[in-house]
Design a protein around this ligand. Structure first.
Ligand code: TYM
Length: 332
């Protein structure tokens, strides 16, 4: 059976990007694959959260994973730092990751631009740790959003380089996976780019947002004064809202507003009202489950304990084999 690995950093509440980019695809795969899903708390240290903040965000993310439909009986759900073997693999893989390729990674360059005062080594080697999360369990499919495609390509590079260096056929090639035709990019509500926390809370719809908050955020999403010529190309802010609608609404609804746009008859107020209602419907079950799971401490703890045990078993096997391949053998 093929193995699937995916993860989300523990930076707090999950948004529609996390859900449609990674989590929803993962949930659909649970019956047919050997699935590992984890909270990347070590990755989140690159931005220096306080200990209190780190603890509460890890817990929040676990709750939302479970609420979104990860079944701890079918899938292995765990916290990255509960599986220290990944840090050992990270050490080995760092020996074969080159400065030039790490500096060229698009996500690294974005982070450097956004936070020039915090260009730490962990940020530079972020893709190496991510590769180890995947290679540790020999995954071949990785449900992620479009923004992570390059990191999965780097994972293949690191795995193949290891295989070549030691003349083995050990690590498998993983590929980014989406159940739709293309990898997903959920746009931000502020007019440009992808939905993400760095654009501020108003630009993100969180899975835990109340119906009222969702309506408010969507109604305030950036638009323009409307089309002036029939069939004109949509500016980015409008195309973004249509993209979001393509994810949460029916094809008929999208066609209806698309045709109004093309006839210059669209009223953005109606368009956004429909979009907000469809987001509310699409996320209703998760919103309710978040409340239920939050109140069930025992369920959360049991899931994580079971997950950590399963993940460590798989990780320890890999580390034993990797040590053997590298030639790290006890002399006593
Ligand atoms: P993070 O927390 O930044 O994102 C988690 C997942 O959410 C997806 N995502 C999006 N997808 C579509 N549109 C968006 N606007 C959007 N925003 C976020 C991301 O593509 C990602 O799939 N580096 C990973 C965490 C990680 C990981 C791994 C993932 C660490 N190790 C191993 C898979 C396998 C990340 O992007 O986290």
């Amino acid at each position: 059976m093929e193995t699937v690995v995916s993860g989300i950093r523990s930076t707090g509440k999950l948004h529609l990007g996390n859900y449609y980019g990674a989590l929803s695809n993962f949930v659909k795969m649970q019956d047919s694959y050997n699935c590992f899903f984890f909270i990347a708390d070590w990755h989140s240290l690159t931005t220096h959260p306080t200990p209190e903040n780190l603890q509460s965000t890890v817990k929040q993310v676990v709750i939302e994973y479970l609420a979104a439909g990860i079944d701890p009986e079918k899938s292995c759900i765990y916290v990255q730092s509960d599986v220290p073997e990944v840090s050992e693999l990270y050490l080995y893989m760092n020996m074969n990751a080159y400065l030039g390729e790490l500096e060229r990674a698009a996500a690294f360059k974005d982070k450097v631009r956004a936070n020039p005062d915090n260009v730490n080594a962990g940020l530079l080697t972020y893709p190496v740790l991510m590769a180890c999360d995947i290679l540790l369990h020999h995954a071949t499919k990785v449900p992620v959003g479009k923004d992570q495609e390059q990191h999965i390509e780097m994972t293949r590079t690191f795995g193949n380089r290891f295989n070549r260096l030691y003349s083995v056929d050990y690590f498998k090639e993983p590929f980014a996976f989406s159940s739709s035709e293309k990898l997903v990019k959920i746009p931000s509500l502020d007019g440009s780019g992808k939905m993400g926390k760095s654009n501020g809370d108003a630009a993100c719809v969180y899975l835990s947002d109340s119906e009222e908050v969702i309506r408010k955020k969507v109604m305030r999403a950036k638009t323009d004064s409307g089309p002036e010529t029939p069939n004109q190309e949509k500016p980015e802010a409008i195309e973004n809202l249509f993209d979001l609608m393509r994810i949460v609404s029916t094809a008929d609804t999208v066609d209806h507003f698309d045709s109004l746009y093309n006839k210059c008859e669209i009223r953005y107020g109606d368009f956004k009202k429909q979009l907000a209602e469809d987001i509310i419907i699409a996320t209703k079950d998760i919103r309710e489950r978040i409340k239920e799971v939050s109140a069930d401490e025992e369920y959360v703890q049991k899931a994580l304990k079971l997950g950590a045990e399963k993940a460590r078993e798989s990780a320890q096997k890999t580390i034993r084999e990797v040590r053997e391949i590298i030639g790290l053998k006890r002399l006593y």
